[in-house]
Design a protein around this ligand. Structure first.
Ligand SMILES: C[S@@+](CC[C@H](N)C(=O)[O-])C[C@H]1O[C@@H](n2cnc3c(N)ncnc32)[C@H](O)[C@@H]1O
Length: 782
């Protein structure tokens, strides 16, 4: 084969081509070569397995126990101690820097280094008289648990990377790292997520019961206990704090994400790769995996990751960032996409698929509604119900009927669970008087994948390390790299979606973690500067200049949700699954039951989405968010959609809300009791206790719709909002003190008298297929 015929061959492939040529010249047949290659692969696999066994035997980590904490000893002292024994040249890392821990973990570059350190430590004198330090091989279970918990709870994005001696064997598969449920049938995913929310609702009952004593115990807690004691089925479902109506399935389950955050790093063969981290740095993993196989990443994002990889591997003079030594330039490639049309395919049930395929036809294609009318959008289309869970031991059809009635019922029932039971219990056949479809039983959920429409606008943010010496010493070299990378990405994006608008940002960040602070510098693409006055415009290929021009668009993308258009900045929050978000917002809007006299508070409003989708139904919207760029977007979004009754405040809700309430919802405000409705959609950490107090203390708020992406914090926040005030329960229990919980979980110390809210109904919403994450919506009233 002539080299000129394959000009795109990489140097590595070219070398392999040479080997094949020489074997052919030596008279080897192709069959011989295949047999030799297979044998070599088997030897390599066996060698890798041997290495893995070796690593598992020893590993590169040492756990040191019995550190005399509290005095001068802490992890720093351990580090000094190791260094004083001649180990300073080793790559020693501590997985946790909690000064109170008496356990330290040192990580070494190789198993041999680790063995040497273990021997040295075992032979040396204790660092303090009387101290007994125990050295063990491997990662302390305390650390392993912590790292796993952090990743599971999504506090940190599963990070990638590998410590040198033990990379590939320990890094999980990329799918296991970022969409761990990818092989679980969708109906089972929904069942498990629904169960997780049911457990949270049960935990709310338990938590409020724990906080309230005697006569202060809310009626709904007593009712839950009565149901639990009389339940023939599972007591846990009977003692839910309110009915759980089911779970809204995601209208799209494949490649649904409109945002992908790729790490530029090294794969398990130490080759540059732009993809997903395959585990946690704390677990010693830093390697990156290919995003192709992940079910939730969009095709456009996959394509751009591949283009970025090809650029870094084959063209760039700059290295990707390596967390192990904090060297390198390319760190992160963030891809965000927007669409002109709202996208709401009608879900197909498995019975419909069976009927179609029995006739020899293909499964019915999901309909794509060009202009879905938000006002008439029926979330029940996506509702999945469960016979045995959440609503007590009722047949699925009855549960579905109860859910349908609850979804459409007027709010304000005195006894929601009883109401739900009565409606569902009667309706064995599942007929629903409201005319709604009653949602589908989980057994009807099928795996047909609606086709996702292509994106119309694409934004890329390149996060780079400005301290990388070649970039720092030669800004023009950095500019050339960023511009050439942009050209590579632009070409890939245009090949997929010719008319897309394309925009590129550059973020400068130096920390070890890729999570940049809110104030990390965000720049547009730098121009090439003449080196001196004698030099004319520096040269670069014409296609690069053209691509950079094309990528210097507005700097934003726009997405469509619920018939509105939203501008999105690179650092503003926007829900990642737009079709499912529409269904979520419809439920939030319906449950808020806003009226023309309503003041709607949108707490943690992001780009203003929830408030703006409800603006036409209320007197005024006030949105609050801590990210200034999100608030700028929200203001632009109001104007973009011709909305004039919305106001947005940049600041933390804990700082801004008390003032807003005293101005707009105090005794002199034009809004009467019940006219103020709040929607809260906090980040994973939940609402700050100051916000909880402000909501409880504002009598005019009679209805609160709470959206949560973290069931654990949902329990704490809702329990705080639904528990009687301490002084009331304190009287009943003779003034016994109580330990405060974290994150606003306990209102101890809040001496105000207030009427607690009561949970009315809840719904799970699946915004994140193939992951363990799930949203919950709850309606609270008082
Ligand atoms: C889960 S998002 C919800 C955003 C918006 N409701 C939506 O649906 O797009 C949480 C939002 O809370 C904001 N946030 C985080 N901490 C905050 C705080 N202390 N006060 C106000 N907003 C905060 C974040 O910037 C983010 O926009």
């Amino acid at each position: 084969m002539d080299d000129a015929a394959v000009p795109s061959l990489t140097p590595a492939l070219r070398r392999e081509l040479e080997i094949v040529r020489s074997l052919l010249k030596a008279g080897c047949s192709v069959d011989d070569m295949v047999a030799a290659a297979n044998a070599a692969a088997r030897v390599a696999a066996r060698a890798a397995a041997e290495t893995e066994r070796e690593v598992q035997k020893g590993g590169t980590e040492l756990t040191v126990r019995g550190l005399p904490v509290g005095g001068d000893w802490d992890w720093r002292a351990l580090k000094r101690f190791l260094q004083s024994r001649g180990l300073s040249q080793r790559a020693i890392k501590f997985t946790d820097k909690d000064p109170e821990l008496d356990v330290g973990v040192a990580r070494f570059a190789t198993v041999a280094d680790c063995n040497l350190a273990a021997d040295l430590l075992a032979a040396c004198e204790p660092p303090e008289p009387g101290a007994t330090i125990v050295v063990e091989r491997g990662l302390a279970p305390e650390y392993a648990r912590r790292s796993r918990k952090r990743v599971r709870e999504g506090e940190e994005e599963p990070q990638a990377g590998s410590s040198r001696g033990a990379k590939a064997p320990r890094a999980p598969d990329v799918c296991a790292a970022v969409c761990p449920w990818w092989q679980v049938p969708y109906s089972k995913q929904l069942t498990d997520k629904h169960q997780r929310i049911a457990e949270a609702l049960n935990a709310i009952t338990v938590e409020v019961d724990r906080r309230a004593y005697g006569s202060s115990k809310p009626e709904w807690v007593r009712a839950a206990h009565a149901r639990a004691s009389g339940a023939t089925g599972s007591a846990s479902s009977a003692s839910l704090c309110c009915p759980l109506l089911g779970i809204l399935r995601s209208p799209v389950i494949e490649r649904y994400r409109n945002k992908s955050e790729f790490t530029a790093g090294l794969d398990e063969h130490e080759k540059p790769l732009v993809g997903f981290l395959r585990g946690s740095f704390q677990d010693g993993i830093t390697c990156v995996g290919n995003p192709d196989a992940t079910r939730h990443t969009s095709l456009m994002a996959v394509k751009l990751a591949a283009a970025a990889t090809a650029y870094i591997r084959d063209v760039s003079q700059f290295a990707p960032y390596d967390k192990r030594n904090q060297k390198g330039y390319w760190r992160l490639v963030l891809v965000r996409e927007g669409r002109r049309k709202s996208f709401l395919p009608v879900p197909v049930t498995s019975s419909a698929v069976q009927a179609a395929t029995a006739d020899g036809g293909s499964p019915p294609a999901p309909a794509i509604l060009d202009s879905p009318t938000f006002a008439t959008l029926d979330p029940l289309t996506y509702l999945v119900t469960f016979g045995e869970r959440g609503l007590g031991a009722k047949p699925a059809a009855a549960a579905a009927a109860a859910a349908a009635a609850e979804m459409s019922a007027d709010v304000g029932q005195d006894e929601p669970m009883a109401e739900a039971r009565a409606t569902g219990g009667e309706g064995e056949g599942g007929s629903v008087s409201s005319g709604h479809q009653p949602g589908m039983d989980v057994s009807e959920v099928c795996e047909v994948e609606p086709e996702h429409p292509r994106s119309d606008e694409v934004m890329v943010m390149l996060q780079v390390n400005p301290e990388y010496p070649p970039a720092k010493t030669d800004p023009n070299a950095a500019a050339r790299e960023l511009r050439a990378m942009t050209a590579a990405l632009h070409a890939a994006a245009m090949a997929d979606a010719g008319e897309s608008l394309f925009t590129v940002w550059v973020q400068l960040h130096t920390g070890v973690s890729n999570a940049a602070p809110a104030d990390a510098p965000l720049l547009t693409l730098p121009p090439l500067l003449p080196r001196d006055s004698a030099e004319e415009q520096p040269s670069e290929p014409r296609e690069v200049t053209a691509a950079v021009e094309a990528a210097s668009g507005s700097g934003y993308i726009h997405d469509s949700l619920c018939e509105l258009r939203f501008r999105i900045s690179p650092t503003a929050f926007f829900q990642v699954n737009s079709p499912a978000t529409c269904a979520l917002y419809k439920v939030v809007g319906d449950w808020a039951a806003a009226e023309p006299s309503t003041l709607l508070l949108d707490i943690c409003c992001g780009t203003g989405t929830i408030g703006l989708t409800m603006a036409s139904r209320v007197a005024k919207v006030i949105g609050i968010d801590s990210v200034p760029s999100a608030i700028e977007d929200a203001r632009v979004n109001a104007a973009l959609n011709g909305i004039t009754n919305a106001e947005f405040v940049a600041g933390k809700a804990e700082d801004a809300l008390p003032g807003i309430l005293s101005t707009h919802a105090g005794p002199d405000s034009p809004y009467g009791p019940g006219d103020v409705v709040a929607v809260a959609d906090p980040p994973r950490a939940g609402l700050h206790r100051t916000v909880l107090r402000a909501l409880l203390g504002c009598e005019r708020i009679r209805r609160l719709v709470f959206v949560s992406c973290n069931p654990d914090n949902l329990v704490q926040n809702i329990a705080a909002l639904c528990s009687p005030p301490r002084n009331r329960s304190g009287r009943d229990r003779g003034g016994r003190g109580r330990r405060g919980g974290g994150g606003g979980a306990d209102m101890s110390g809040y001496s105000g008298d207030y009427n607690p809210f009561r949970p009315v109904k809840a719904l799970a919403v699946d915004l994140f297929p193939h992951t363990a994450h799930v949203e919950a919506v709850m309606l609270l009233e008082r």
